[in-house]
Design a protein around this ligand. Structure first.
Ligand code: PMP
Length: 443
């Protein structure tokens, strides 16, 4: 900016220095490649001209068809055909697309009410409230729950929307080591002043904030222990199920279902519709009083336009399929297929000598590359071989824990997974990725 000479600090300075350093500039092709298909089991990427590293998007006119390991389409509902799509199409004919109003003004259709009842029933809570964006569900509702004088105890790997919500709330924030229950209890013990829990409790409310499945780690929250600690230290629990709702548990009802726990013990159950339901938006489910409170204080409910009808219809129909209310076993079939795919794929990767993070049943499968320089190499190599993947590095991971992430879907066939595995096996040699000491290669 020429005004810098006059002492101006460019408005874009912090963004520019952080995200557009040369490394990120020259690997933009790996992250900003528009797609021109449904993000289903396969995906079509538009090819960019090789010297186009900017935001201008110059295309060669050709495309690359890939097996899609890069979308959160866990149950395969991101489709442009089938019952969900047909119902969503009908809903456009009936109600249009935009609501042109917030929920509390004239933005509530019967469809919104139906969705909220269904979500509450699905997750096992009294009531639920829904929002047009998952990110805003966290960022704009946490300030309605806690404020100055309260304490948020947050997992080290919590999503950016939870961190933003925590900061916006004005509550004090303490962080515990990722999914480490000893570390969590230590924070709790220090927060409550040992021995005199009532009289020396310096916080109005204490909220433990965790996720069901962590999107960069593939780990599953230790919910049974967290609920024990919650009772012992008289705190509340806020659970973000963005990645676990639909994808975990024998009935697809998230980590509570996975562990066979009582949903009533989780005070705030948050989730998104962007992954397992192939749609958009987020929800918070809880007691009737809690949801009534959010309806009046949440900025996302009061000041944002309500969810679009086809988006709601897609959720209602896919959730009914998951619940078996369509009268078929399709939902069950997809849940089981996802679990099979996740286990199969993870085991095969481990057998290749790769370092694979996360729980054995998690559909999020991160493979460690460690070096940031390998991120672009693996993305380009896999894309060339017809496999779309996501590379993750700093600031989403520690600098030296760069990784490539595979997201499994019920819509992946065994042949597709085998083809992906074959391509990774080749890339693993090319990029020296077999770090596991258990692998014969390293003995
Ligand atoms: N919470 C978590 C844990 C997430 O991973 C994400 C995004 N992937 C969100 C919230 C935000 O949801 P959305 O993308 O639906 O806005």
């Amino acid at each position: 900016d020429p005004r810098e000479k006059e002492g101006y600090v460019p408005l874009y300075s912090s963004f520019e220095s952080f995200y557009t350093r040369n490394l990120y500039r020259v690997i933009r092709d790996c992250f900003n490649r528009p797609i021109c298909s449904v993000p289903g089991a396969e995906i079509t990427l538009k090819d960019r001209v090789s010297h186009d590293y900017g935001w201008t998007f110059q295309f060669t006119g050709t495309t690359t068809r890939c097996i899609n390991m890069a979308s959160y389409n866990y149950l395969g509902f991101a489709q442009n055909s089938g019952p969900c799509f047909e119902e969503a199409r009908k809903s456009i004919h009936q109600w249009g697309i935009g609501m042109a109003s917030s929920r509390n003004e004239s933005g509530t259709l019967e469809l919104h009410v139906e969705l909220e009842k269904q979500v509450a029933q699905f997750v096992g809570k009294e009531d639920a409230i829904t929002f047009g964006m998952g990110f805003a569900t966290n960022a704009l509702n946490m300030p309605g729950l806690v404020s100055k004088g309260c304490l948020i105890i947050s997992d080290q790997c919590n999503h950016a929307s939870l961190i933003l919500g925590a900061r916006l709330s004005g509550a004090a924030i303490q962080v515990f080591k990722h999914n480490d229950m000893v570390s969590l209890e230590e924070v709790l013990r220090n927060a409550i002043v040992q021995g005199q829990p009532r009289t020396h409790r310096p916080w109005k409310k204490i909220l433990i904030v965790v996720e069901g499945i962590y999107s960069m780690e593939g780990s599953i929250v230790n919910l049974p222990r967290i609920l024990e600690l919650k009772k012992k230290y008289k705190t509340y629990v806020y659970l973000d199920e963005a990645h676990s709702i639909g994808a975990m548990g024998p009935r697809g009802r998230g980590v509570v279902d996975h562990f066979g726990l009582d949903p009533k013990d989780v005070d705030v159950m948050m989730g998104t519709f962007t992954k397992s339901f192939g749609s958009s938006g987020g929800y918070i489910a809880g007691s009737k009083e809690l949801i009534d409170h959010l309806r009046t204080v949440s900025h996302a409910a009061m000041y944002a336009t309500s969810m679009s009808p086809p988006v709601i219809q897609q959720i209602i129909t896919s959730m009914k399929i998951i619940m078996g209310e369509d009268g078929t076993l399709e939902g069950q079939k997809r849940i089981r297929q996802l679990a099979f795919n996740a286990r199969y794929f993870r085991e095969k990767l481990k057998a290749m000598g790769l370092i694979v993070y996360g729980h054995k049943e998690s559909p999020v499968v991160p493979v460690l590359l460690y070096m940031p320089g390998k991120i672009a190499c693996i993305i380009r190599e896999m894309t060339k071989e017809g496999v779309a993947v996501v590379g993750v590095g700093f600031p989403a991971t520690p600098l030296i824990e760069s990784r490539v992430r595979f997201c499994l879907s019920a819509s992946h066939s065994k042949e597709m997974l085998d083809k992906v595995l074959e391509k990774i096996d080749v890339a693993a040699d090319l990029l020296s990725m077999r770090y596991s000491r258990l692998h014969p290669y390293n003995k």
